[in-house]
Design a protein around this ligand. Sequence first.
Ligand SMILES: *[C@@H]1O[C@H](CO)[C@@H](O)[C@H](O)[C@H]1NC(C)=O
Ligand SMILES: *[C@@H]1O[C@H](CO)[C@@H](O)[C@H](O)[C@H]1NC(C)=O
Ligand SMILES: *[C@@H]1O[C@H](CO)[C@@H](O)[C@H](O)[C@H]1NC(C)=O
Ligand SMILES: *[C@@H]1O[C@H](CO)[C@@H](O)[C@H](O)[C@H]1NC(C)=O
Length: 456
Amino acid sequence: MKRTLPLLAFLCTVTCGQDTCGYYNVTDRIGVLEPSPSLVNMRPVKDWRDPTIVSVDMTFRGVLDMDEKLQIMTTLMDFEMIWENQFLSWNPEDFCGIDRILIPEGTVWIPDIHISEMTEDDSLDVLYMQLYYNGTIRRTRTLKVVTTCPLDLYKFPFDTQKCNLTFGMSMNTVSDVLLIPSSSAKEVTLLSLEEFAKSEWILKEVNIMHLNISKYGEQWNKVIYQVLIRRAPVLYVINLIIPACLLVLVDVASMFIPMEGGERLGFKITVVLGFSVLLLILNDFLPNTDNPPILGVFCMVCLLIMIVSIMDSIFISYMLYLSAVKPEVPKWLKLWVLKRLAFVLCISIHKEFSDTKMVALNNKAMDESPALHESETETNKQLSKDNSKDSPEIKLLKRLLLELLMVRRHLIISKKEEAAKSEWNLVAFVLDRFILILYLLIVTIIIVVVVLVWAI
Ligand SMILES: *[C@@H]1O[C@H](CO)[C@@H](O)[C@H](O)[C@H]1NC(C)=O
Ligand SMILES: *[C@@H]1O[C@H](CO)[C@@H](O)[C@H](O)[C@H]1NC(C)=O
Ligand SMILES: *[C@@H]1O[C@H](CO)[C@@H](O)[C@H](O)[C@H]1NC(C)=O
Ligand SMILES: *[C@@H]1O[C@H](CO)[C@@H](O)[C@H](O)[C@H]1NC(C)=O
């Protein structure tokens, strides 16, 4: 008897091997295709105290879209879950070695795993699942989901984002269903890096966290896939950062356009208009958060200093206008600008005298002019009085003297005017240089700060 059993088994395998088998022989045996509400709705365990262990696995295939404004991300990924159904099993030897069949979705119980962050689900429906002879069911699905992801855009466009995808059950607690990640984070990262579609985002790493969360007084099992993605910044560098820097450069260069004529003002306003277009583009990307990106701060500071330099240009053209109308430069302005500011900026006023000398000269000219006037009128009187006695030569000489005196007076007046004019010009020049130095200083500081923030 002991010998015949293996022999019988051998004979059976040979004869059964010749037998014809279809998948329906299996489905008929296990009854999976018959409508059975309990098979669909009940967790498939023989003892309710047994938890169902679901192993999950995931491969990232790409970030399809990222909306910085709404802070949502659209991802494509392959999601696999494997669990055991204790009621569906067969012996493959009874069915010519069939060890797995495909069963349609909706005929058996499926763990109700969902992603907590999900706002929209555009995944394709799965039609079939694989059922193994030992009752193991395997369901793979390509998910295209929109999930929320709080973005940290401080370093935009050189930012790295961490987005969580939390897989959990909505109705089954820890005692019913346990989720187990079937591959390690390293394996998931490697596989995902192979499959990841190149786009604006580059996958860096996938971390897996496995934890129990208590909520509503019960423990819920969660598996969190944390994706680290880095933005490819080239487009933003070309479209945003380089144009912004060039505009700032042009604006700095425009400080060397001569102040007279008002061309500089028009030019500067055009540059600011161009810059505000860039700001509009930038505004499209950025969400409304407390933590503004450093690029936005950079643009704001640049705009501010551009506006300040426009104000400077307006002020200077006003001063040039004043130089024609009001020849005297106020004393306080002279003191502050020509003496102190020029000293701080190390501008040597070589062309003109220092202000004290200037004042002295002016005073002297002022003092002289009435005397000059008097002497002139006197001479005139004398001339008209002594008209008759003098010889023609003396008359001629006197007339010549008169003419000379008049010429001298004119010269002094025009020199005075010119001095005042050049004083105004000097004040304008010193102020302009001051703004230029301030401009360069602020721009350099903000650029250094921004580069440091991006580099760290
Ligand atoms: C499978 O079913 C067919 C048709 O009903 C039958 O002829 C065949 O013997 C069955 N095979 C097995 C292994 O039961
Ligand atoms: C069932 O069979 C499959 C395929 O051979 C195997 O991967 C799996 O580990 C088995 N499950 C159990 C619970 O033995
Ligand atoms: C992702 O999950 C981890 C673990 O719960 C948590 O510490 C982290 O704050 C989450 N990140 C985001 C962006 O929600
Ligand atoms: C969650 O709780 C279950 C049941 O208490 C336990 O078996 C499992 O190890 C826990 N998982 C984690 C990640 O702590």
